[in-house]
Design a protein around this ligand. Structure first.
Ligand code: KPC
Length: 527
C-alpha cells in the first residue's frame, strides 16, 4: 500500500497496524518518495529504536535514509514485547507490593490476591500497545519526514543493495539493526506448553500461572520474577550465578545487592543460586509439570510448577549479516563494531541489540545516531563501556560509577569515603530508622522503615570527587542520568558541588543533603 500521500491519524494507524499484524498476507506499507534512481545515504535494516533515531538524525543533518522493517510499525521490540511491557509489569509489581504490605491498613483495602493476575496485565498491555506503534509510525512520517517501508522483510543482496516489497533499493551504506531474540538454553522440555520467555509471555500466554520456575539469573529474571511473585504466583529463580553477579552487569555494589536480593526473598521468592536446571518435565499431556534442578550442594530436586519462564539473555539476528555480508561476530554472537559502529565491511554499520554492550535504550538509540553522524561525515565515537544501569524488582534499583570495593581497589581503602543511608554503625537499630525516605518511600518510612530503601555514595577522599552512586527506592533514574554525566565529565563532580545543589523536597537520590552535611570537613569522613 502506497501511503506516501496519505496522512493517517493515530486511530487510523492503529487499525492499519492491527490488521497487518493479524493478516500474514497483508501488504507492505510503503512510505517512499519513489524516484526511480534513488541512492540513499543509508538503508537502516530494522526500524527499532536505533534505526528510528539514527535515520531521524541523518534526515535532520540533510541526509537521505530509508528504513525497512518486517513489522508493520517502527520502534522495534521495545514497545511490542520488551521494554514497554517490562516497565508496565514492574510498575504493577511496585503497586502490588505496596498494597500487600499495607493490606487493610490506613486507607488501603484488604489485599485481594484473586484480582492480581499476570494474564490480566498481559491483556492490558496487548490492548494498549498499538497506540505506541501508531505514534512511532505517525511521528516518523509526519514530523521527522523519514522514508520507510514496513511490513516487508528486507533481503540484503550486497552491501549497497537491499530488496523489499518486490523492489530493489540502493544505498551508499547499510546500517544493520535487526534486533535480537531470547536465547533458549539446551535444556530438554523447553518446547512444552507453559514454557515462556518475555516474547511468548505477551504473545501467547492463555492461562493464569500459579507457580513459576525461572531459568536464568538475568535482569529479566529478576524483573519478571518480582512481578510474578507480586501477583501471587510463587516464583523460584534457578540461577547458575549469584543474582546481580552475572557477566552482563557491571559495578554492582555488594551492599546494594544484598538489600535487593534480600528484599526479593523477604517477599517470598525462592532464589537458588549456583543451581543448574537439568530438564523441564511434562505432565503426560505436553504441559509443564516439574523442573529438575541440581542444587549448589549437588543434590537433585524436582520443583513443581505450571509455568516456566526462560530468562537467559538474548542473541542477535545475524543470519544475513554473516551469510551475505561476511560480517565478523564476537564469541557471544554479536556483531563486532568499532566506536563508530563500523563493522569489518566498509560501509556496513551495526547498531542496537546486534552489538555487544547493554541491551538498553540509550545504547540502541545512540548507536543508531553514531552511525548516522559518521555516515554524514562527522568523526564521532560512542563509547558505551561506562554507563549508568538500573533494574526493577518491586523497587527501582539504580547505580552508576564504581562500587565501594572497586573504589577501594582503585584508590586505596584509606582514601575511600562512604556516605550511606541507613548509616552503617555497629549496633544501631537501622531497621527502625525511617530513612532513607526518598521519593516513593514515605509510607514505608513511617510504617515499615526497613522497606524504605538503600543509598550509598562513594567518594575519593583525596580528590573529593564522587566516583559511584547506588540507590534502591523509586524515582531516581532521572537523577542518575544526570549524575552519570556529571561524574564522568573530565571535571568530575565533587562532594562540595553536589552538596551545593538545590534539592527539591527530599530529593530522590538524597545525596545532596548528605553531601552538604560532610562537605565542610577539610578531611572527609564517612557518614
Ligand atoms: C512509547 C515509547 O516511547 C517507548 S517505544 C520507543 C521506541 S523508539 O522511540 O523508537 O526508541
Amino acid at each position: 500500500m502506497d501511503i506516501r500521500d496519505q496522512h493517517f491519524n493515530l486511530g487510523e494507524w492503529n487499525n492499519i497496524i492491527e490488521s497487518s499484524l493479524s493478516d500474514p498476507d497483508s501488504e507492505p506499507l510503503v512510505n517512499i518518495v519513489g524516484d526511480e534512481d534513488a541512492l540513499y545515504d543509508a538503508i537502516y535494516v530494522g526500524g527499532g529504536a536505533g534505526g528510528r533515531f539514527g535515520s531521524a538524525y541523518m534526515k535532520a543533518m540533510g541526509g537521505r535514509p530509508l528504513i525497512i522493517d518486517a513489522w508493520p510499525f517502527l520502534g522495534g521490540s521495545c514497545p511490542h514485547q520488551a521494554c514497554v511491557p517490562h516497565h508496565l509489569f514492574s510498575e504493577a509489581a511496585e503497586e502490588l507490593d505496596r498494597m500487600r504490605w499495607f493490606s487493610d491498613e490506613l486507607f488501603f483495602p484488604k489485599f485481594d490476591q484473586s484480582r492480581a493476575s499476570i494474564l490480566e496485565m498481559v491483556k492490558l498491555f496487548l490492548a494498549g500497545r498499538g497506540s505506541a506503534h501508531a505514534f512511532m509510525n505517525w511521528q516518523t512520517k509526519e514530523q521527522l519526514d523519514v522514508e520507510y517501508i514496513l511490513n516487508a522483510r528486507a533481503t540484503i543482496i550486497d552491501k549497497t543493495t537491499v530488496q523489499a516489497a518486490g523492489r530493489t533499493f540502493k544505498a551508499k551504506n547499510l546500517v544493520l539493526g535487526m534486533g535480537a531474540r531470547p536465547i533458549n538454553p539446551e535444556i530438554p522440555g523447553l518446547d512444552l506448553r507453559g514454557v515462556h520467555d518475555f516474547v511468548s509471555l505477551v504473545e501467547t500466554l492463555d492461562y493464569e500461572p500459579t507457580k513459576c520456575v525461572i531459568i536464568g539469573g538475568s535482569k529479566v529474571a529478576m524483573e519478571y520474577g518480582s512481578f510474578f511473585q507480586a501477583t501471587g504466583c510463587d516464583t523460584t529463580i534457578v540461577s547458575r550465578s549469584p543474582l546481580m553477579r552475572t557477566k552482563s552487569l557491571h559495578h554492582v555494589d555488594e551492599d546494594l545487592r544484598q538489600y535487593v536480593v534480600g528484599g526479593m526473598r523477604k517477599r517470598g521468592m525462592e532464589i537458588l543460586e549456583g543451581a543448574h536446571p537439568i530438564s523441564v518435565n511434562d505432565d503426560g499431556s505436553g504441559r509443564v509439570q516439574t523442573v529438575t534442578v541440581r542444587l549448589a550442594t549437588g543434590e537433585e530436586v524436582e520443583l513443581d510448577t505450571d509455568f516456566v519462564f526462560v530468562a537467559c539473555g538474548e542473541l542477535p539476528n545475524t543470519t544475513q549479516a554473516r551469510e551475505v555480508l561476511d560480517i565478523d561476530l564476537s564469541e557471544t554472537g554479536r556483531v563486532i563494531v568499532n566506536k563508530r559502529m563500523q563493522t569489518n565491511v566498509p560501509g556496513v554499520y551495526a547498531i542496537g541489540d546486534m552489538i555487544d554492550g547493554p541491551m538498553e535504550m540509550f545504547k540502541a538509540r545512540k548507536s543508531g545516531v553514531t552511525a548516522a553522524r559518521n555516515i554524514m561525515g562527522e568523526d564521532l565515537e560512542f563509547d558505551y563501556s561506562e554507563f549508568p544501569d538500573f533494574l526493577h524488582t518491586t523497587y527501582e534499583v539504580t547505580w552508576v560509577g564504581l562500587t565501594e570495593a572497586e573504589a577501594r581497589d582503585e584508590y586505596g581503602s584509606e582514601n575511600v569515603i562512604i556516605i550511606q543511608m541507613p548509616p552503617y554503625v555497629e549496633g544501631l537499630d537501622t531497621p527502625n530508622l525511617p530513612l532513607p525516605c526518598a521519593e516513593g518511600t514515605m509510607l514505608y518510612a513511617f510504617s515499615k522503615p526497613e522497606l524504605s530503601g538503600y543509598q550509598k555514595l562513594v567518594i575519593n577522599g583525596e580528590t573529593r570527587k564522587v566516583v559511584g552512586a547506588h540507590h534502591v527506592g523509586y524515582g531516581a533514574k532521572d537523577a542518575f542520568q544526570y549524575l552519570d554525566y556529571l561524574i564522568h565529565r573530565p571535571d568530575g563532580l565533587t562532594i562540595d558541588e553536589l552538596g551545593w545543589m538545590n534539592e527539591l523536597f527530599l530529593n530522590p537520590e538524597h545525596f545532596v543533603q548528605l553531601s552538604r552535611l560532610r562537605a565542610g570537613n577539610a578531611k572527609l569522613r564517612h557518614l
